[in-house]
Design a protein around this ligand. Structure first.
Ligand code: DGT
Ligand code: CA
Ligand code: CA
Length: 580
C-alpha cells in the first residue's frame, strides 16, 4: 500500500479540525496542524523514512513520540483509530460546513451546539429561517455570506458529465487561441483522460506574455466569479457551475506540466518512482538529472527519459498501463473510425422519435454498414413496447425499409425485458426469428444484490439472448446502479458466450471502464451501442469509444468493429444451442 505524505497530512488536518470542533485544547489541535504542514512540505516520502529507516520519524520537526507512532499506524493501516473515533462522535458533515468561507471550527461547533447544524443541508435550513443572524458573533452580514457560500459549494461539489463540459471547453480554447503570442494550449486533467465526469477543467497555456493570457482567460464571457488569480495561474467559476483552472508554463516545461496536470495522480506517483530508480527527478517542470533538465518540452520526451513509450491519457489510472508500457504491450485502443455499425437503436415503433427509414438513413450517412433496430418489448408499456404479433409485423416493415436504403444491412432486433424471475417477456418462438436479441432489466430493480444477480444471469443463460444491456442500470448523477455483482455477470457472459453492451449515451456509459477491463480479461466481447431514440442519438458513439478506450478495449474486443458477414456468423453461432 502506498501512503503518500499528502494522505497522512490530510488525516492529520481532519483530526485537527475534528478536535477543534469538539472543543479540544488549542495546543493539541496545533500539534496536529503543524504535523500536517511539516509532512506536506517534506521532499522525501514519509513512508520510505519509516520503511527504510533512512531517518527517524521523531527527528522531523514537530513530530514527537506520539505523532511518530500515529504516522506508523497510518502507514500500516491507511487510517487512524483516533480519526474514526472522532468521526463517530462528531458529525462529519461539519467538515463540509467549514468549507463555507468565514466558518471555522469554532463557529461550526457553535452552530452544531446551538442550532443542531450537522451538515450543509441543515446549515442552509437554519440560515434561511433567519436563526443564524441572532447567534452571538454571527449577524446579518455573516448570514448573507453563508448563503452565498453554500450555493458556491453546491456548484463546486458536483461533477459534471464530460460530454456536458465539452462545448465550453471548446469555446474557451477557441477564445484563447486568437491571443497573440500564444504558443500552446491544452486541456489536461480528467477531461483529457476522457473520464465520464469531470470535477473541473485544467487548462495549460504557454504564451509570450503570461499576464496577457491570464487576463484574457478571466475575461471569458461565461466567467461568473474569479476564485483566485496569481502570476502564473488563475481559477474561475463559469456561470454553469463549472470551475476552470488555468496554469501558464514555460515552453521548455510544457510537456512535463501537461503530464503532471493530466494525472492521474496515481499514475504520476508511479512515474516518479520510476524516475527515482533511474536517479532522475520528475516534476511539473521536467525530468532532471542532478540540476540538469533532460526532458520537459513534450510529453513524449518525458516518457522517453523514463524509458517508456508515450501512454495514452485515457489509460493513465495506474491500472497496469506502466507495466504494459515497459513490456511494449500497450493496447492498440479502439477508435471511432473502426466502428462498422450500431447495435441498439429505437424507432417510432416504440418510444423512438424517428421512423426506421429516417434513422437508418442517418446511420448509413455515418458510413455504417449495418444497424440493429432494437425496440422495446411488451412489458415496457410506458414506451409502447411491442408484443409478439407487433414485433413480427415490425420486423416485416424493417425488411421493406432495408430494401429501400442501399448499402446497409438491418438486423431485426428487440430489447427484450428481463422479468423478475429472469425469464423474458417475449416467447422463444418469436425470439428465435430475431437477428439480434438484447436483454435488459427495466422494472422492480429494488432487489437484493443476490436476487438481481441471479435474475440477470438467468437471462444471460437464455439461448435466444445475444447481449445484455443496462447491466447496472445507472444514470450518472441521477440514478444509482442496481445492486448487482458485476464480476458474476461477466463470468456468466463468458460462460454462456454472450456480449455485454457498453451503452454510449454520455449519462449512462454502462458498463463502465473497469467492467470493460474485466470483461476483456474474461474474453467477453463488447458491443458499443448508442441506444439512440432519434437520429442525433447516433452521435453518442464517440462517448462509448471514450469509455471503451479507458477500459483498454481493442478492435478484437468490440463486436461492432466486425464487418457484417463476420458479425452475422458470430451471432448465429451464439444461437447454435437453440432448439427451435
Ligand atoms: P477531477 O477534476 O476531479 O475530475 O480530476 P482531475 O484528475 O482533473 O484532478 P484535479 O483537477 O484535482 O487535478 C488535475 C491533475 O493535477 C491531476 O489529475 C493530477 C495533478 N495533481 C493535482 N494535485 C496533485 C497532487 O497533489 N499530486 C500530484 N502528483 N498530482 C496532482
Ligand atoms: Ca480536473
Ligand atoms: Ca483542477
Amino acid at each position: 500500500m502506498t501512503v503518500t505524505n499528502e494522505n497522512i497530512a490530510r488525516i492529520f488536518d481532519e483530526v485537527a479540525d475534528l478536535l477543534e470542533i469538539s472543543g479540544e485544547s488549542f495546543f493539541r489541535v496545533r500539534a496536529y496542524r503543524n504535523a500536517a504542514r511539516v509532512i506536506r512540505d517534506l521532499a522525501t516520502p514519509v513512508q520510505s523514512i519509516a520503511r527504510d529507516k533512512t531517518g527517524k520519524l521523531e527527528d522531523l520537526p514537530g513530530i514527537g513520540k506520539d505523532l511518530a507512532m500515529k504516522i506508523t499506524e497510518i502507514i500500516e493501516t491507511g487510517d487512524l483509530p483516533l480519526r474514526r473515533e472522532l468521526e463517530s462522535r462528531i458529525p462529519v458533515g461539519l467538515l463540509e460546513v467549514m468549507k463555507v468561507p468565514g466558518i471555522g471550527p469554532r463557529k461550526a461547533h457553535k452552530l452544531y451546539l446551538e442550532l443542531g447544524v450537522k451538515d450543509i443541508e441543515t446549515l442552509e435550513e437554519v440560515t434561511s429561517r433567519g436563526l443564524v443572524r441572532n447567534l452571538a458573533g454571527f449577524g446579518k452580514k455573516t448570514e448573507e455570506n453563508i448563503l452565498q457560500g453554500i450555493s458556491t459549494i453546491k456548484g463546486f461539489g458536483k461533477r459534471i458529465l464530460r460530454a456536458e463540459a465539452e462545448p465550453y471547453a471548446a469555446q474557451i480554447i477557441e477564445y484563447m487561441s486568437s491571443l497573440k503570442g500564444l504558443r500552446r494550449i491544452e486541456i489536461a486533467g480528467s477531461y483529457r483522460r476522457l473520464k465520464e465526469t469531470v470535477g473541473d477543467l485544467d487548462i495549460l497555456v504557454s504564451c509570450e506574455n503570461t499576464a496577457k493570457a491570464l487576463d484574457r482567460f478571466i475575461n471569458f464571457h461565461m466567467v461568473e466569479k474569479i476564485i483566485s488569480q496569481g502570476e502564473t495561474r488563475a481559477s474561475v467559476m463559469l456561470n454553469i457551475g463549472l470551475q476552470v483552472d488555468m496554469r501558464a508554463v514555460h515552453e521548455e516545461s510544457f510537456g512535463a506540466a501537461l503530464q503532471y496536470f493530466t494525472g492521474s495522480q496515481a499514475h504520476s506517483v508511479a512515474l516518479r518512482r520510476i524516475a527515482m530508480k533511474k536517479g532522475l527527478k520528475l516534476n511539473e517542470y521536467g525530468v532532471f538529472r542532478a540540476n540538469e533538465r533532460v526532458a520537459g518540452k513534450t510529453e513524449e520526451e518525458v516518457y522517453e527519459a523514463l524509458g517508456l513509450p508515450w501512454i495514452p491519457p485515457e489509460l493513465r489510472e495506474n491500472r497496469g498501463e506502466i507495466a504494459s508500457a515497459l513490456e511494449g504491450k500497450l493496447p492498440v485502443l479502439v477508435k471511432l473510425e473502426d466502428i462498422k455499425g450500431d447495435l441498439h437503436i429505437h424507432t417510432d415503433a416504440t418510444d423512438g422519435r424517428d421512423d426506421a427509414l429516417t434513422i437508418i438513413k442517418a446511420a448509413r450517412q455515418k458510413g455504417y454498414s449495418y444497424v440493429a433496430i432494437t425496440n422495446h418489448s411488451k412489458r415496457v408499456s410506458m414506451a409502447g413496447g411491442l408484443d409478439e404479433k407487433g414485433l413480427l409485423s415490425h420486423w416485416e416493415e424493417l425488411e421493406k425499409v432495408e430494401k429501400a436504403i442501399p448499402h446497409i444491412h438491418v438486423l431485426k432486433g428487440v430489447e427484450v425485458d428481463i422479468l423478475e424471475d429472469g425469464t423474458l417477456d417475449i416467447s422463444e418462438q418469436v425470439l428465435a426469428r430475431a437477428d439480434y436479441v438484447v436483454a435488459a432489466v427495466h422494472y422492480n430493480t429494488n432487489m437484493s444484490r443476490a436476487q438481481m444477480t441471479r435474475r440477470i444471469i438467468k437471462a444471460i443463460s437464455n439461448p435466444f439472448v445475444h447481449a445484455l444491456a443496462h447491466a447496472t442500470g445507472r444514470i450518472i448523477n441521477k440514478r444509482n446502479s442496481y445492486a448487482v455483482d458485476m464480476e458474476e455477470i461477466i463470468a456468466a457472459a463468458a460462460k454462456y458466450d454472450k456480449l455485454l453492451e457498453l451503452n454510449a449515451a454520455p449519462d449512462r456509459l454502462d458498463i463502465d471502464d473497469v467492467s470493460c477491463m474485466e470483461a476483456k480479461k474474461h474474453g467477453v466481447k463488447i458491443s458499443i451501442a448508442t441506444d439512440a431514440h432519434h437520429s442525433g442519438g447516433l452521435d453518442y458513439m464517440r462517448y462509448g469509444i471514450h469509455q471503451a478506450r479507458r477500459g483498454w478495449l481493442e478492435n478484437e474486443d468490440v463486436i461492432n468493429t466486425l464487418n457484417h458477414e463476420e458479425l452475422v456468423k458470430i451471432l448465429k453461432n451464439k444461437n447454435s444451442r437453440k432448439t427451435i
